[in-house]
Design a protein around this ligand. Structure first.
Ligand SMILES: *Cc1c(COP(=O)(O)O)cnc(C)c1O
Length: 241
């Protein structure tokens, strides 16, 4: 497929996704401008990021530092400006220094050690990082989804307080991945009530990052402010390495 064909393909996918978001907004009585579409570009080349930017999408997400760091550097090198990089994957403390050099929003903060490491890393990078608390919405703990990470709902408050108190971090809000095999509407309702509670202490922490290709309608009706969409925009990814 040449570049023009790929551009047309992504443009068509984007139109379809925007159609779905618009329909979900109408059904929920929400405005489209309350919602940020974040394109998950993991495993896809920089040329696809360029197509997205040309189509007006400036928020992109990655889940592995090994891929995100060179990709963001290459985008900067070829002059793709105005990009906001979202880090949405499981994060190890030894990667925080690298992530803090390019990420604007880290969606996956789920433990205190990560807060202190990100704070130190942001300080040495001379940047401020916005952090979301990733919440584990699994109904039964240890249901086998631990690889995705996330803080237990009871730990969200204390973790949020640590982020809010960190000098170089901004508390942005909350993020979740709907657990496999559970009704996403129920999961997103729980996320919303956690977000409501958080905002009563931190009114500016209004981000609710929820919803992917398969469940974005449920996320819009559940109050999401950020949708993380990969497959529906860029196509299916090769199986996990
Ligand atoms: C890959 C990924 C997505 C995008 O998933 P799709 O189903 O391809 O839209 C969203 N969120 C996270 C955390 C991801 O890792």
């Amino acid at each position: 497929m040449n570049s023009g064909q790929r551009h047309a393909e992504i443009a068509g996918n984007l139109r379809a996704v925007e159609e779905r978001i618009a329909t979900a907004c109408r059904a929920a009585g929400r405005r489209r401008d309350e919602i940020t579409l974040v394109a998950v570009t993991k495993t896809f080349p920089v040329s696809d990021v360029r197509h997205l930017v040309e189509l007006g999408v400036h928020d992109v997400a990655e889940n592995r530092d090994q891929e995100a760091r060179p990709k963001s550097a290459e985008c900067a090198r070829i002059g793709l400006a105005d990009l906001r990089w979202h880090f949405v994957g499981q994060l190890q403390t030894n990667k925080t220094r690298s992530v803090s050099t390019y990420a604007h929003l880290v969606h996956s903060v789920d433990r205190p050690r990560l807060v202190s490491a990100l704070d130190r890393a942001a300080a040495s990078a001379r940047r401020r990082l916005t952090c979301l608390v990733q919440v584990d919405l699994e109904e039964s703990p240890d249901a086998g989804d631990a690889a995705r990470g996330g803080a237990r709902p009871a730990d969200v408050g204390p973790l949020a307080a640590e982020i809010a108190e960190a000098q170089h971090l901004e508390l942005g809000g909350v993020m979740a991945v709907a657990p496999l095999g559970q009704d996403p509407a129920g999961a997103f309702a729980m996320l919303r009530s956690i977000s409501d509670r958080l905002r009563s202490s931190y009114p500016d922490a209004a981000v609710v990052s929820a919803g992917m290709s398969g469940d974005l309608e449920a996320a819009v009706s559940g109050g999401a402010t950020h949708l993380r969409v990969g497959t529906a925009l860029l196509g299916s990814r090769p199986p996990l390495r």
